[in-house]
Design a protein around this ligand. Structure first.
Ligand code: UDP
Length: 257
């Protein structure tokens, strides 16, 4: 029986107490949510794929010197991570107009941006994660100017690296969201990459066909989400062992939209 202490349960992941102080176990669920959880479904095998894809990406980022919370993968759905204090911001990097940016500014989806853009959203479900500026962030003490500088520098390095990684396997990285945390090593604190990087939080388009290979397939009721995530995993070379058990397909849990 599972007696581990549950520290936190989010929409797509659960955090359990880890085996040693300062560690946690991050468990990837099959739940898919969109529109601030108004739409919710279970998609067989999504958690397994995201665990493997995120492991692959975080390991590669560590290799190029980006500090992350990832320690090691434990099993099909779980990884051991360093405990951090999450900075309550969603840091979005965009290379191509899509999603909320296209809607907000009337830009056609697919329009290349003159340079990569970073946006901040305040992590608050009740408020629907509103977009905020650096002045809101520092005035309300969600983070400091130094942390913001570190997070922005890391986000741009991650963007450069991932753009190349995906381009190499025929995928365009349109945009993505990352989260950072404060990690203490004795008295020294540094900002490190936390959470996950998977097709749940990136927009990934096939270079040749333009097909969406990310969570927009769920948001926009396009179907074929698990096949798309499998294809991302396959191209990244991480599909071994990740084949999800055969299932009945997505089960719609609720949809108010
Ligand atoms: N994103 C995310 N979680 C969120 C909001 C956005 O992972 O709560 C990701 C999303 O998958 C996309 C990028 O951040 O890759 C930009 O999303 P956008 O602002 O366009 O919002 P959306 O239209 O997806 O709600």
């Amino acid at each position: 029986m599972n007696k581990r202490r549950r520290i936190y349960e989010g929409k797509a992941k659960i955090l359990y107490e880890g085996p040693e102080p300062g560690t946690l176990i991050q468990h990837f669920k099959d739940d898919a949510t969109a529109f601030n959880a108004e739409k919710h479904a279970l998609i067989d095998g999504k958690g397994v794929l995201n665990n493997r894809i995120s492991e692959h990406i975080f390991t590669k980022l560590e290799d190029i010197g980006v500090p992350t919370h990832f320690i090691k993968r434990l099993n099909m759905r779980e990884q051991l991570i360093h405990e951090v204090e999450i900075i309550p911001l969603e840091v979005v990097v965009r290379n191509v107009a899509a999603g909320s940016l296209s809607k907000r500014l009337g830009l056609e989806e697919g329009t290349a941006l003159p340079r990569s853009i970073i946006e901040f959203y305040y992590k608050n479900d009740e408020l629907g994660d509103p977009m905020v500026t650096e002045e809101h962030i520092t005035d309300f003490s969600w983070s400091t100017p130094q942390e913001i500088d570190e997070a922005m520098a890391l986000a741009l390095r991650i963007n450069d690296f991932l753009t190349g990684l995906f381009l190499g396997v025929g995928i365009k990285l349109v945009d993505f969201k990352v989260e950072f945390g404060r990690h203490w090593d004795g008295d020294a604190m540094r900002v490190i990459l936390a959470d996950e990087i998977s097709p749940d939080c990136c927009r990934l388009w096939d270079i040749d066909s333009g097909d969406k290979m990310d969570k927009d397939r769920f948001r926009r009721d396009m179907g074929g989400l698990i096949e798309a995530y499998q294809e991302v995993a396959r191209r990244l070379g991480v599909l071994n062992e990740t084949r999800p058990p055969p299932g009945a397909g997505p089960v719609l849990v609720s949809s108010k939209s």
